[in-house]
Design a protein around this ligand. Structure first.
Ligand SMILES: C[S@@+](CC[C@H](N)C(=O)[O-])C[C@H]1O[C@@H](n2cnc3c(N)ncnc32)[C@H](O)[C@@H]1O
Length: 189
C-alpha cells in the first residue's frame, strides 16, 4: 500500500476545504497549443489532467497510488498510469510537457526524478513544477499536518528547486507566490 492509498477517499474534499486550486494559473503558464502529449507526474485523482486535456492531445496521469488513480475520470484524453515516477515506462523523448504539482516534496530522490523527466521529454519539452516554499509559515503548518499522515517529507526552497533542475533545463518562467512557487523549464539539448 502506498502513502496516498490511506487518504484517497477524502483527498479531493480536503483540497476543496484547503482551497488550493491552481489549475487555471497552471494552464495559463503552460500556454498549450492543443497537440501536446502531457504527463502529470503524481497526478493523483486527475483533476489537473482532466482540466488540461481540453487544451492538448492527451494527458497521462501517472501515480503510484491505485486509490488516487481510481478517482480519475478516464477517457481517451485522460489516461491513468500506475507506476513509479522515478522509473516510468514512457519512451525516451516522447513527451511534450511534464507537470509535477504538489508532488516534489513527497519524493526523496529528487535528482533521479529530474533525470527521468529529462529522459522522457522531447527536445524543447517543458517541465512545470509547483511546490511549497520550505521557509514559509504556511508550509511549516502544512508540513506538520502531512508529517502526521505521511512521515518524512522533502520540502525545498525555491532556490534549491532551481538548482535541482538548472543543469538539464533553462528556466523560462518563475512565479513567486510567497508560500508556493511555480517554475517552468525547457529541456536543454
Ligand atoms: C499531494 S498529492 C498531489 C496530487 C495532484 N498532483 C494534485 O495536485 O492534486 C501527491 C501525489 O504524488 C504521488 N506520488 C508520490 N510519490 C510518487 C512516486 N514516486 N511515483 C508516483 N507517484 C507518486 C502520490 O501517490 C500522490 O497522489
Amino acid at each position: 500500500m502506498k502513502k496516498f492509498d490511506r487518504v484517497f477517499k477524502h483527498y479531493d474534499n480536503f483540497m476543496k476545504l484547503f482551497d488550493f486550486n491552481k489549475m487555471n494559473e497552471i494552464k495559463n503558464i503552460l500556454e498549450l497549443r492543443g497537440d501536446e502529449v502531457v504527463v502529470d507526474i503524481g497526478g493523483g485523482t486527475g483533476n489537473l489532467g482532466e482540466y488540461l486535456s481540453e487544451s492538448c492531445q492527451v494527458v497521462y496521469v501517472l501515480d503510484e497510488s491505485k486509490g488516487m488513480l481510481s478517482k480519475v475520470k478516464a477517457n481517451t484524453k485522460v489516461v491513468p498510469v500506475l507506476g513509479d515516477a522515478l522509473y516510468t515506462t514512457f519512451d525516451s523523448s516522447s513527451v511534450d510537457v511534464v507537470t509535477i504539482v504538489d508532488v516534489l516534496h513527497h519524493i526523496e530522490n529528487q535528482p533521479r526524478l529530474i533525470e527521468e523527466i529529462y529522459r522522457i521529454l522531447k527536445e524543447d519539452g517543458k517541465l512545470l513544477i509547483l511546490d511549497f516554499e520550505k521557509r514559509h509559515i504556511k508550509t511549516k503548518i502544512l508540513r506538520a499536518f502531512e508529517y502526521i499522515l505521511f512521515g518524512k517529507l522533502y520540502f525545498r526552497t525555491r532556490e534549491e528547486v532551481i538548482n535541482l533542475i538548472i543543469n538539464e533545463f533553462t528556466i523560462t518562467k518563475f512565479i513567486d507566490n510567497k508560500y508556493y512557487f511555480i517554475i517552468m523549464g525547457e529541456k536543454n539539448a
